[in-house]
Write a protein that binds this ligand. Structure first.
Ligand code: AHR
Length: 311
């Protein structure tokens, strides 16, 4: 206990030393994807740059670990807490505890479904519904003029997470306007490459005629590419592939013609998060919602931007 508190700059009474530096407790989802690794790096680099002391905790994709980390930040009396909630539900109790302790909270990347929005100061991150819609719009344009049924398989992100819920909903809304688009199988690949491969293997065994794969992130798409190649098919040609994120490995596969379209989701949230941390620590008003700016990439666009891609 003493060692843990000393590590966060505190004394044995649980108070961080008041050296004027802001202490930020940050609970990360895990290290499930290339996106997450880039996001962690962005937060760590930005904290260092801003002179903010970072207490970083990796929840290994488990809500109970995140709740434990958040409670430990309260015990440590950090100045601000930020976290990327692994799932949307089940946060009200711990958020109320943090509010009662007088510590401001910033949500990063993913939303919670709490009706009481006074439990957090701001939410910075992408519009995941819009990302799903962009994926659907590309598909609709790609199959314009064809009347045959288009069989789609979907690799969902972590069950119950905001990006999985919203990317599914946005995509379904757009393709739902045309009955020729049929989702023949949809299952979680947990945002990981290994699970993406495993589930795609199973999809290929139980569906003989797959036209399109929609994967909620690049990593699952990359795992699925291995499964498709293993089945003797050509990814990007025999099965068209749409993914979300635009991390370097995904962009490389897009430039190589193995993925057909990527919707960007930026992990570089660190600098804006540190700005918000400073403001809430100073008691300033902040925007309730800070949206990340994002684009989409075709194969030609990926070839052009790949050399300068940061992550
Ligand atoms: O919440 C953002 C999502 O989480 C990314 O799209 C995915 O790669 C990550 O694991």
């Amino acid at each position: 206990m003493v060692a843990a508190l000393a590590a966060c700059g505190g004394d044995t009474g649980g108070e961080p030393a008041d050296d004027g530096q802001i202490t930020l407790g940050f609970s990360q989802v895990g290290a499930e994807s290339g996106w997450r690794t880039a996001n962690t790096k962005s937060i760590q680099d930005a904290a260092k740059e801003a002179g903010i002391k970072l207490q970083f905790s990796d929840a290994q994709q488990k809500q109970e670990n995140q709740i434990q980390a958040l409670r430990s930040f309260v015990t440590q009396k950090v100045d601000v807490i930020a976290f990327s909630p692994v799932v949307e539900t089940g946060w009200d109790t711990v958020l109320r505890e943090i509010k009662d302790a007088g510590i401001p909270v910033i949500l990063t990347d993913r939303a919670v479904d709490s009706a009481d929005t006074s439990l957090y100061k701001s939410f910075i991150g992408s519009d995941f519904v819009l990302e799903g819609k962009k994926a659907g719009e590309w598909l609709v344009a790609e199959y314009e003029g064809t009347t045959e049924q288009v069989n789609i398989v979907e690799l969902q992100g972590t069950t119950g997470s905001a990006p999985a819920n919203d990317r599914k909903a946005g995509f379904a809304e757009v393709i739902g306007a045309d009955p020729k688009f049929k989702i023949v199988a949809s299952q979680t690949g947990e945002f990981t490459r290994a699970k993406g491969k495993e589930v795609m293997d199973a999809f290929l065994k139980s569906n003989s005629d797959i036209d399109v794969l929609y994967a909620h992130n690049d990593d699952m798409g990359l795992g699925a590419i291995e499964a498709i190649e293993g089945a003797g098919l050509k990814p990007g040609v025999d099965i068209k592939i749409i993914t979300v994120d635009a991390v370097k490995d995904g962009m490389q596969a897009l430039a190589d013609g193995k993925i057909n379209f990527i919707v960007e989701c930026s992990p570089l949230l660190g600098p804006q998060l540190m700005e918000l941390v400073k403001k809430v620590d100073a008691g300033e008003e902040v925007e309730a919602r800070v949206l990340t700016e994002e684009t989409t990439f075709t194969q030609e666009q990926a070839k052009a931007v790949l050399p300068e891609r940061q992550y």
